[in-house]
Design a protein around this ligand. Structure first.
Ligand code: AMP
Length: 213
């Protein structure tokens, strides 16, 4: 099964995508995580990406497209869930081209949405583990011990781009560049629109059911 999950920042793509991928034994390819790992490892792509990410802008298409193609091709025996890629129409066209080139297809494209006030609340309370990348939320899913990851005891931090000023910019970039993907994917077989405004478990159940249909 090959899927795309897209929607605004803070809608829960990462949380839902990680759980869905692990329960279905497919690769969770989260573009933001791949980029953050490249920044941390100071690779050439990571150095190119850093300033864009810190200010909430999209990293240039040429950088992200080749990174994701590497990951899709590396191990496509089990299927994949793309989270955070594509993020604009040019990337969606590149994705279609690269999949055709590798004789792969998309089974489902899931658009998740929630009201802006929910997105702001989710993003501003988000905490990430520096060691394993697992996500928490100050109010909705707090860690057992303040500042420490339940899974690996790593240190929790707030992403640079989850600061209020940067969040506003990310939402603007989303409306301007990512939302047009709706028109690109809407008429396709396998397109699903999912209301992601509820609590985490309810959204997950709806996601599973929608993908199964
Ligand atoms: P995320 O973790 O999905 O919120 O992504 C964090 C940041 O990584 C974004 O604000 C962008 O700067 C960058 N990024 C992630 N995915 C993409 C993409 N498909 N194209 C360009 N930039 C991206």
């Amino acid at each position: 099964m090959n899927l795309v999950l897209f929607g605004p920042p803070g809608v829960g793509k990462g949380t839902q995508g990680e759980r869905f991928s692990s329960e279905n034994s497919i690769n969770h390819l989260a573009m933001g995580d791949i980029l953050r790992a490249a920044v941390r490892d100071a690779t050439k792509a990571g150095q190119q990406a850093r300033t864009y990410m810190d200010s909430g802008k999209l990293v240039p298409d040429g950088v992200v497209v080749s990174m994701i193609e590497d990951r899709i091709v590396k191990d496509n025996t089990t299927g994949f869930l793309l989270d955070g890629f594509p993020r604009n129409v040019a990337q969606a066209i590149s994705l279609d081209d690269m999949l055709a080139h590798h004789h792969l297809t998309l089974d489902k494209v899931v658009f998740m949405d929630a009201p802006e006030e929910d997105l702001l609340e989710r993003l501003s309370g988000r905490l990430i583990c520096r060691a394993c990348g697992f996500g928490f939320h100050r109010h909705y899913s707090p860690p057992r011990e303040a500042g420490r990851c339940d899974r690996c005891d790593g240190e929790l931090y707030q992403r640079e781009d989850d600061r209020e000023e940067v969040i506003a910019n990310r939402l603007h970039v989303y409306r301007d560049q990512t939302e047009p993907l709706l028109a690109y994917y809407k008429g396709r077989p396998g397109f699903i629109r999912l209301d992601a405004s509820g609590e985490m478990q309810a959204v997950y159940t709806a996601l599973k059911e929608a993908v199964r249909d």
